[in-house]
Design a binder for this molecule. Structure first.
Ligand code: FEO
Ligand code: CA
Length: 675
């Protein structure tokens, strides 16, 4: 189906659902079946079983760089999760396992600077939104500001906006040709994207709240935050625009999905679905973008530019490729923000490549180098890893470090024999030469997907978050891929029409995250284990509430245990379950056992999660409550809009629509979340 048909298909209840369905259409040309694929398919099930049965003898490793305070998670898990499992379901509010508290910390619109106005949902302005908490909170990071851990800086991504529940009287704008959008509304949308940096503090009762007058509090947005472009693409002709003839400065960041905190406490924001913000008025007879006059048409096609999911290009020329063809080359990167210095200009690190970055979780390898795992969230796209050239030292563990500009970006090939090979994306090596269109490392940085295609990376089932643990283990969330055909399955993506996703565990060679090879296995195949056709695989003691679908974000607590949040989109109609947070055993006899800990209000997806270093506080982010799949919500069964939302979580005020919010989880009476 083409984009227009999907937009007008009544079964897609909002723009985000339509976007996700259209995005199913693969842009990766590397999908022809090879003999390797055939072998992979044949042996896939055996390898799945090997992964399920494998008992990992992991050891805690942390290299010579312990001078840099590591962010927990450097130990292998030693004990089980101890909490009474929450029962599954889906209703208007959130639920947490017994014995825990869930408090709302920050809501969309909350004033976050000393001079910010109160939120007035009926009279929104961009000026006010620039001082208020943004929309659709996704990644959450935390860094303590004192030894007691009672003050800290919270870094939150605001991925996108849902105009139909955000603005009164607007409804679905993609369906209406964006006729209701105005410059004013577009600017509010832009001001609601990006990120928030805020100081928070915990009182004597263990209750966290915003420190509203902290000088650290600020918004980072695509409307007005200037950024420096760093790395091999900086200053290249393909990065130059009318507004920036140097190719080294760009206004803003957008569609910031997951992210990461560096070992020295700077905040990494991943730019994910950037293509959706670019516009064209040049359409072919079928109403599709006509790229025939675009010199970079092949690159644009591989990235899905222009997506035309927002009307920004109608009011801001730089988002219209007819007027500014190079602006899209300046998005799709990892952005670094210094949360301790509000005057520090954020940096786009092009060395880490350009793709639909889901996240940017960091670790220090046992050889002392910085490693960042980042997935490209698209059907049939790839898993990447960055390895710095230098080891981390006290001198270079700073904002704007060369550790994020000098190093090697790798893409993963998963073989059927259980090995993973990390293929270097280095200009001049292998096929990455001028004859193949790569004149320099700048071209590799800008056209990372095209470079990875040439290297023969493994097309995956939508790589979402990836989380390294200090012992050389990493977990990769593959959320789903309904478009994988039976003849496209392989060992690492073993199900056709995979609607529920799976999780891969990587063990890097010698426990060293900078290794260029290692082994992999499948930790779980998600979905309902009682339905044979689903082909799910869990530990057999996983309960009816414990299995999940569409893993998205994840965290490893200070004791090395894995926690996973889900995003089923409208697919929750198939499971009946809201999205939630699950504790998943990775070691020993209970490997593959999952338990439900928290669940979202209807139509929301769960993001974060992030533990404080003492593991006594867990931050979660409920994104787009009351939107996805509301036609399947028993008793509601219609599209959710501002005037008639499926829930008014978390305020339940008849004058307030649902508000994306950050939730703080603590144990009743204090103590570690899980022991
Ligand atoms: Fe924004 Fe890949 O989820
Ligand atoms: Ca995500």
């Amino acid at each position: 189906m083409d984009r227009k048909t999907i937009i007008h298909d009544p079964s897609y209840g909002n723009k985000a659902e339509a976007f996700e369905a259209y995005d199913d259409i693969p842009t990766n040309p590397n999908l022809s079946r090879t003999i390797g694929d055939v072998i992979n398919a044949r042996y896939g099930r055996r390898d799945v079983l090997r992964g399920m049965l494998g008992v990992s003898a992991t050891t805690a490793l942390f290299g010579s760089t312990a001078l840099v305070a590591p962010r927990g998670a450097d130990a292998a898990p030693a004990s089980r999760y101890v909490f009474d499992e929450l029962a599954w379901g889906n209703d208007a509010t959130h639920h947490i396992a017994d014995g825990y508290e869930a408090n709302i910390l920050l809501r969309w619109g909350d004033p976050i600077t000393a001079d910010a106005p109160d939120f007035d949902v009926m009279n929104q302005t961009a000026e006010a939104q620039l001082k208020q908490f943004g929309y659709n909170n996704d990644y959450v990071g935390f860094w303590p500001l004192n030894d007691e851990g009672t003050r800290g800086v919270l870094c939150v991504n605001h991925e996108y906006t849902n105009e139909e529940v955000m603005f009164p009287g607007l409804g679905r704008q993609d369906r209406a040709g964006f006729e209701g959008m105005t410059r004013e509304l577009v600017d509010i949308e832009m001001a609601a994207h990006g990120g928030s940096v805020v100081e928070i503090a915990k009182d004597a009762d263990g209750f966290w709240s915003l420190v509203k007058d902290s000088p650290l509090n600020r918004r980072v947005t695509p409307l007005n935050t200037e950024m420096r472009i760093d790395g091999p693409a900086a200053g290249h002709d393909r990065m130059k625009t009318a507004a920036d003839p140097t190719g080294t400065r760009v206004i803003g960041t957008l569609n910031n999905c997951a992210g990461g905190m560096t070992p020295w406490g700077t905040y990494l924001m991943a730019e994910e679905n950037f293509h959706g913000y670019f516009w064209t008025d040049t359409l072919d007879a079928e109403g599709k973008p006509d790229l025939s006059n675009q010199p970079e048409a092949a690159s644009m096609k591989r990235y899905g530019v222009p997506g035309r999911w927002y009307a920004w290009g109608q009011y801001h020329d730089r988002f219209n490729i007819d007027k500014e063809p190079n602006e899209s080359n300046r998005f799709g990167y990892i952005v670094e923000v210094d949360p301790f210095n509000p005057d520090a200009m954020p940096i786009k690190h092009t060395a880490l490549g350009r793709f639909r970055h889901e996240g940017a979780e960091t670790t220090i390898a046992s050889d002392g180098r910085l490693v960042i795992y980042s997935g490209d969230d698209n059907r049939f796209d790839y898993q990447y890893k960055w390895v710095s050239s230098d080891v981390v030292t006290e001198e270079n563990a700073v904002f704007g470090s060369s550790l994020l500009s000098e190093g090697t970006l790798y893409v993963a090939r998963f073989d059927a024999d259980g090995t993973i090979t990390w293929l270097p994306l280095v200009h001049g090596e292998g096929p990455l030469t001028a004859e193949n269109g790569f004149e320099s490392q700048a071209d590799v940085a800008i056209d990372t997907r095209l470079a990875a295609d040439l290297l023969g990376a493994t097309p995956m089932d939508r790589p979402e978050d990836a989380q390294p643990r200090g012992d050389g283990t990493a977990y990769i969330m593959l959320t789903n891929n309904s478009r994988r055909e039976p003849d496209q399955v392989d060992a690492a993506n073993p199900r056709a029409e995979s609607r529920f996703g799976h999780i891969i565990e990587i063990k890097e060679k010698d426990g060293n995250h900078s290794a260029t090879e290692g082994t992999w296995s499948i930790l779980v195949l998600c979905g309902d284990p009682t339905i044979a056709d689903v082909g799910a695989q869990w530990h057999p003691e996983t309960s009816e509430s414990g299995w999940f679908a569409s893993p998205d974000n994840c965290a490893i607590d200070a004791d090395g245990r894995l926690w996973i949040s889900t995003d089923q989109g409208r697919g929750w109609g198939r499971t009946g379950k809201s999205d939630g947070l699950y504790a998943l055993e990775t070691e020993g006899e209970m490997r593959g056992h999952s338990k439900l800990f928290f669940r979202c209000p209807v139509g929301g997806e769960l993001c974060g999660p992030y533990f404080t270093p003492d593991s006594e506080t867990l931050f979660l982010a409920v994104q787009h409550p009351g939107t996805d799949g509301t036609k399947d919500y028993p008793g509601f069964e219609r599209d959710s809009i501002f005037e008639d939302p499926a829930t008014r979580w978390p305020d339940f005020d008849p004058a307030m629509p649902p508000r994306p919010s950050v939730v703080v989880i603590t144990k009743t009476g204090g103590g570690k979340i899980a022991v």
